[in-house]
Design a protein around this ligand. Structure first.
Ligand SMILES: Cc1cc2nc3c(=O)[nH]c(=O)nc-3n(C[C@H](O)[C@H](O)[C@H](O)COP(=O)(O)OP(=O)(O)OC[C@H]3O[C@@H](n4cnc5c(N)ncnc54)[C@H](O)[C@@H]3O)c2cc1C
Length: 572
């Protein structure tokens, strides 16, 4: 059952307490409560996702990032050395479903090479592509698009799940002129931009149709999927909202290891403690999870000591090793009104679209304003980026770049198209740390954007690829002037422009990274138990050692699905 007020909660003792009702946390809660003899409490700091229109309507998803809003933690990064000292906005969801309730809905699994590298880095074949693949299917319910268009040749039905909780579909609204030119470009420049029927096969390289976590015209999130009415009504599952966890408390020794007996959380103005008889599971995400560990005295002893936080376990890797994607948008004016602006800048069409969505869940409002197609591309082998660093990608089948193709200029007056270029195999690493012993103070978030020279040079190389794409004759007569004329700049000016404009990819992972069981670094073992602590696991995006070359929700879902199985294996 879903609770808004701690006073209504029937008890404070459960078998499992899951911290964070986000993308991963709700998967874990759902899977563990499949056994009616097991009780689970989920503590979520944020608000309900119910009735939040900008979460439900794919087209309105961008409103989450427009300004400070009640559904976000509204973080800002530390000043980024790679971005000329800029501190930039850093979105994290503050509502049930976590980032799956407010993200861009792009559904990408990553490359086979990404997961095979996770298996190598952890020493656990269970994280390899072949062994993880069934979890992608378990998570997914392939769904026809809202406009019921013929999807033949736009995806490979053989690699998708049909019975999972999360709906995935191709776009239910079309931008025919723009889309036709993209496909034409893949035919015109097949060496650089080959058409890829399905980027979710484990072999993502090329350009293909974007798949999104949308079903029947609405966002599909871990809240709508894994906490759907059938599940949230289970008598053994309680979810408490407005419950911000401060730290883990009541330390005892268990078989020579420290163990936390309780989870302290704030509800209203008061503090409470929930107890877990079997395990506490941290699913607070790549920012929340290391913050809670550090608040609880699990982290680098010297740093904790300096802040007056008593050390429970000296685990220096907590909060370190953050990796993320950095994004840069290249935008061109276009000689067409078949772009998103035809709706966002026309009140009549906007209201019609809203009405259409309200009555039939069809029309422009089912389109997530992220992209119609994505390209997953590699640096050329003689790229100057390799002069400063060896190739950081996990293998030849994995990308260095993403090129997300969008028929919009994002808020500029007029009609535009944008190539959102992301550097998806970064060398840079950052951190999430705490600055005081106040567990409710905002953490220090340093994703390290473009901190490595390799990432900056590679991103500049990626700009050339984006320009090459739009130089194809398919775009002649359509494309106008770029809003930033990078082609007219020298290399130094281009680099300065990138550093002045790069935005967060919001795909941070690695802050509670997995490592082999006997490693002296890392935060969790390959079974996601916290090293050196009894009865504590982390199950969320923070355990991935390196950011995959993909948007990260699908990877988070499979971490959670396998994580839940690992918990079940121990306790049954
Ligand atoms: C703006 C944005 C856009 C994105 N777009 C895409 C996309 O298009 N496609 C894609 O695949 N991925 C996307 N991602 C990334 C993806 O959504 C995340 O990687 C993934 O959802 C992370 O899941 P998680 O379970 O680790 O964390 P989250 O989903 O963030 O869940 C953590 C939960 O814990 C709660 N929490 C945190 N601290 C506490 C505390 N102290 N006490 C109680 N509760 C707490 C949070 O409120 C949250 O609900 C995007 C992310 C963002 C931020």
């Amino acid at each position: 059952k879903l609770y808004e007020d701690v006073a209504d909660l029937p008890r404070l003792q459960y078998d499992y307490v899951v911290v964070g009702g986000g993308t991963a946390g709700n998967v874990v809660a759902n899977r563990l409560t499949e056994n009616p003899d097991v009780s689970v409490l989920v503590l979520e700091a944020g608000v309900s996702n119910e009735g939040v229109l900008i979460s439900e309507v794919p087209f309105l998803g961008n409103d989450f990032f427009a300004s400070i809003n009640p559904y976000s933690w509204n973080y800002t990064t530390t000043p980024q050395t790679g971005l000329n000292g800029r501190a930039i906005s850093y979105a994290r969801a503050y509502l049930l479903g976590g980032c799956s309730s407010h993200n861009g809905m792009v559904y990408t699994r990553g490359a086979q090479d990404d997961f095979d590298r996770y298996a190598n880095l952890t020493g656990d074949e269970g994280w390899s592509w072949n062994q993880i693949f069934p979890y992608f299917l378990k998570n997914e319910k392939w769904t026809p698009p809202a406009d019921q268009h013929d999807t033949h040749g736009q995806f490979n039905p053989g690699i998708h799940g049909t019975a999972g909780p999360i709906s995935v579909s191709l776009s239910g609204f079309q931008w025919p002129d723009f889309q036709r030119r993209i496909i034409q470009t893949t035919e015109e420049l097949p060496d650089d931009f080959p058409f890829n029927l399905d980027m979710n096969s484990g072999q993502p390289l090329g350009v293909g149709w974007v798949q999104s976590t949308i079903g029947h015209g609405e966002r599909s999130s871990s809240a709508t999927g894994y906490l759907a009415p059938d599940f949230i009504q289970r008598p053994n599952l309680d979810v408490l909202l407005h419950a911000q966890v401060s730290k883990l408390v009541n330390v005892t020794q268990h078989q020579g290891k420290p163990s936390f007996g309780g989870v302290q959380f704030r509800s209203g103005a008061s503090l409470f403690v929930a107890e877990a008889s079997k395990e506490i599971i941290l699913s607070a995400g790549s920012i929340g999870t290391p913050q809670i560990l550090l608040n609880s005295g699990v982290g680098d002893h010297n740093a904790l000591h300096a802040l007056g936080i008593p050390t429970v376990l000296d685990l220096p890797s907590v909060g370190q090793n953050a990796s993320d994607h950095s994004y840069f948008g290249l935008t061109w004016a276009v000689n067409s009104d078949d772009t998103i602006e035809s709706i966002t800048q026309n009140a009549t069409r906007f209201n019609e679209a809203s009405e259409q969505w309200n009555t039939s869940r069809t029309g422009p409002f089912v389109f997530p304003q992220t992209g119609t197609h994505a390209g997953w591309l590699r640096l050329s082998q003689d790229s100057p980026a390799f002069d400063v660093h060896a190739d950081p990608s996990p293998g030849p089948g994995a990308p260095h770049f993403e090129l997300l193709l969008l028929p919009s200029g994002q808020d500029l007056p007029g009609n535009f198209v944008t190539a959102l270029l992301a550097m998806v195999s970064p060398v840079s690493r950052g951190s999430v740390t705490v600055s005081s012993d106040d567990p409710f103070a905002d953490p220090l978030i340093d994703p390290g954007y473009l901190a490595s020279e390799f990432d900056a040079i590679a991103l500049r190389e990626g700009v050339k690829l984006a320009q090459k794409f739009f130089n194809a004759s398919a775009w002649h007569g359509y494309l106008g002037a770029p809003t930033i004329n990078l082609a007219a700049m020298n290399a130094t000016e281009q680099m300065a422009t990138l550093r002045a404009n790069v935005a967060s990819g919001s795909h941070t992972v690695g802050t509670a990274s997995m490592s082999p069981r006997d490693a002296t670094y890392g935060v969790v073992n390959p079974d996601l138990t916290v090293k050196g602590i009894a009865g504590l696991r982390v199950i969320d995006a923070s355990v991935l050692p390196i950011v995959p070359g993909a948007h990260t929700q699908a990877a988070t879902y499979v971490v959670a699905e396998r994580g839940a199985d690992l918990v079940k294996q121990l306790w049954t």
